[in-house]
Design a protein around this ligand. Sequence first.
Ligand code: FAD
Length: 521
Amino acid sequence: TAELDTPTMTRKLIVVGAGPVGCLAAMSFAKMGWSVEIYEARPDMRLPSSRAAAQQRSINLAISSRGIAAMQAIDPAAASRFLDNVIPMRGRMIHNSNGNLDSQPYDRDGQCINSIDRALLNQGLLDEALALRSVRAFFHHKVVSIDFDGRVISVLDANAGEQVEKRFDLCIGADGSYSVVRRQLMRVVRMDFGQEYIPDDYIELKIPPGRDDHDKPTFLLDPNHLHIWPRHSFMLIALPNRDKSFTCTLFAPTTEFEKLLHADQILSWFRTQFPDALEFIGTDGLLNSFQRNPRNPLVSIKVCTLILTSYFIVFFPGPQAKPYHYKDRAIILGDAAHAMVPFYGQGLNCGLEDVRVLTALLHEAGVDPATVRDPDVFDRRLSEALCRYSESRHEDLVAINDLAMDNYAEMRHSVTTPGHKLKRMVDSVLFSLTCRTPVTLATLGVFPSGVTFLPERPRGWLPLYTMVTFRPDISYSRAKRKAAEQADVMAMVGSVALGVVVSVGVGWIALFYRRRRSYWQ
Ligand code: FAD
């Protein structure tokens, strides 16, 4: 077309979904010289009416090094503005059934995860994106279908009550767990797809701010911890907010929730399971939340079910399905590609990292509308970069999805067990002995464009939580593999140590009986 023949090509990106991942993707592409349009089904979240609705259900999030590194790589100034609004959480505070508290720091070098209001983060990212001249957003515009080959997207404009068609060069699906873009992609690519609801639901509760001696609002719990009340088959967690309240989330099996139908059942269950938390939440607050707040399911979505795929990889080696993109014209990121249960606090971090990794691959492949004049070269490079994204990112997405699922058992049960405490202790001793120099976000610096992850194998002994949460230079899959290797070493050393203890014990008993026998003889 005439547009493509102009000396500097303008490429049009359509982002579906103005969630945090969609907004960061819009920022990244706008900075690379694309013209960006965001289509969002909901009304503008910055309007007072939308804010009121959001406040009724304001989930806060824990954002950690991967999310921060992603924002820094795309816009360091914006990242530091976000960091002004977070509350750092240095560790877990375990509230045991007997009322005892146990503070478990997250990191030897004092690194924190950060509580941030979800709405504040989303609105902030949207503001940052719309501050760029080449980004426009359309609210109340729900994408209904996409013709990838014709490069046309059909959008239902709820303001005008009509369906409109928009052309694009590239479409990014950042439209969350129930993604329309993913559904449309599945019609044109061989995408395996797995969706799993866990048998647990969650509901949000609130600990309001207390009042200090001067009648000023104050936190009722230590704000620099993520509070957990682990009760084996269910748990309550609480994250601090800037207004000095805490947002609590109760995760429990659906069968447990079904026992909590009336006020007296809810109160007596809380009095038995979480007496200290009930004191802070208040009986009225608890009952109001149970009445007003929705009980939501937890879903895990993988774009590839590996059981069949790995069979084919073993028996029919060759090019495999590349499921996150289509040619040079579509890709899915964030929850649209990999919704996960929230127990590692990585869903959004991973989604933001998707944007960083994709941006790095585009830089590496030289996909730059400002310098590549030949449209065929541009399309070929773009298609190769998207392809590399699918190939290289898949293993990481599956890894973090699985780790998130495994971490539920750790949070609601293992954190209270002596075995877990021993493992943490051994982990931290070995970590200190083998990795003396701290590696933090500050020492890593901002990721240069074109760098996805650290190319070398990470040295020394590194706890899994540290790698996942504080080391954005290590990919999720590498972290998972290294942790498995370390677990094998620990199991082997443990078996040898147990063998030695048992042998010494048996030897000592044998010697004891021999001496006793010779004494009696
Ligand atoms: P979303 O935030 O879901 O945004 C998708 C957007 O697309 C929405 O605005 C939606 O309206 C829009 N949309 C959908 N369909 C269409 C359409 N057809 N047309 C136009 N627009 C459309 N992650 C963390 O990293 N740390 C945490 O501590 C954490 N805690 C969590 C706690 C809970 C209880 C839950 C449920 C999740 C948690 N997560 C956490 C995960 C995190 O919330 C998600 O990973 C993150 O919100 C995904 O962002 P996204 O932009 O991909 O999708």
